[in-house]
Ligand binder design. Structure first.
Ligand code: SF4
Length: 334
């Protein structure tokens, strides 16, 4: 039985349905937003001040009390316990203690989401050792793209992240599901995919989960990539890769960003008539036409009449990678 009263707790939330983890009981251990990265796609918002050291950001007593209450009640149905956070969970100095505490109270698998930045520390890998599934992120192995997307705190090095992931694989007995999130025009090229594929060979994750921007990001220019681009990327990464965004469902629901990306991607290949829009987007056709009208107003799309039919096409100089967005190279100040 799902008991939604736990949604109101301070640290335990959900259970929430997750495409990656089924019904996930979340544990948030950090004050908003305690992180050493400032990812452009972060759905929690921008990192105003970096947190770079492991510390007891919140007392463990109340987290344990909530966990005990939920796990011993027997009333909450879930598939995984997921340690996530309003930031990077491994920054909490008591992460290992909390994982062990949860494992002693339940047989359900414990999963940890991490941005991978602290995995080169032996102590962090040791603490994560009792988890069942680790979901580390690695968005790019290209230094420039890594800095543009993840905007790390000073001192965080991509080479150390990769080294940490390698060591993790050598030591960790459970499942490793590596997540890569693609941002249009930054880490979505075939060259990026090939570079990542060669590093992933060494990291030997059990799964690679490809994601894109599908929630309001920290910066507006962080745009999703199209399904066709994700499929190409996935093909290059190999058979362990799965696309975790449910494009078709989200587009049918009228998800504005994904819809806009799909429209631009289609227009890059051929002009579209009104009835193409109806057929392609079905229940989301009205929303797609509103987006086309907006793209036309902003000068990214033009409409031309040919043999009494209207055709939408990309304006000269506009490509599918959202060139109309703000300059993604702009550095953020901290
Ligand atoms: S690592 Fe996670 S919490 Fe930190 S900025 Fe990136 S997305 Fe946000």
């Amino acid at each position: 039985m799902l008991n939604i009263k736990y949604l109101a707790m301070k640290h335990c939330f959900g259970p929430v349905p997750s495409r990656r983890l089924g019904l996930s009981l979340g544990i948030d251990m950090l004050p908003k937003k305690t992180c050493n990265l400032d990812c452009v796609y972060c759905e929690i918002g921008p990192t105003r001040k970096y947190s770079t050291h492991r510390a007891r950001y919140t007392p463990v007593g109340p987290i344990k009390d909530e966990l005990k209450k939920v796990l011993t009640s027997g009333k909450v149905k879930f598939d995984h316990i997921t340690f996530t956070a309003s930031g990077e969970p491994a920054l909490h100095a008591n992460l290992g203690e909390l994982i062990a505490f949860a494992k002693d109270l339940t047989d359900k698998p414990v999963a940890i989401l991490t941005n991978s930045t602290l995995l080169h520390h032996k102590e962090v890998r040791r603490e994560l050792g009792r988890a069942d599934i680790l979901l580390p992120s690695l968005d790019s192995v290209n230094e420039a793209s890594f800095r543009k997307i993840n905007r790390p705190a000073p001192g965080i090095e991509l080479a150390e992240i990769i080294k940490g992931l390698e060591r993790l694989r050598q030591e960790f007995q459970g499942q490793i599901w590596l997540e890569t999130l693609l941002v249009s025009g930054i880490n979505d090229s075939e060259q990026e995919a090939s570079m990542l594929a060669s590093v992933i060979q060494r990291l030997e994750p059990d799964k690679i989960q490809l994601n894109t921007v599908d929630r309001p990001p920290a910066v507006d220019w962080a745009r999703p990539v199209s399904l066709s681009k994700m499929e190409k990327f996935s093909e290059i990464l190999g058979p362990k890769t799965e696309i975790v965004v449910d494009f078709r469902k989200k587009i049918a629901q009228g998800h504005a960003r994904l819809l806009e990306t799909e429209i631009l991607d289609l227009l890059a290949r051929r002009p579209l008539r009104d009835d193409d829009i109806e057929k392609l987007f079905a229940s989301a056709a009205k929303r797609a036409k509103e987006i086309l009208a907006r793209l036309e107003d902003s000068g990214n799309v033009t409409k031309k009449c040919f043999k009494d039919e209207n055709f939408y096409m990309l304006a000269p100089g506009i490509g599918p990678a959202c060139e109309h967005a703000e300059n993604p190279n702009a550095e953020k100040e901290h």
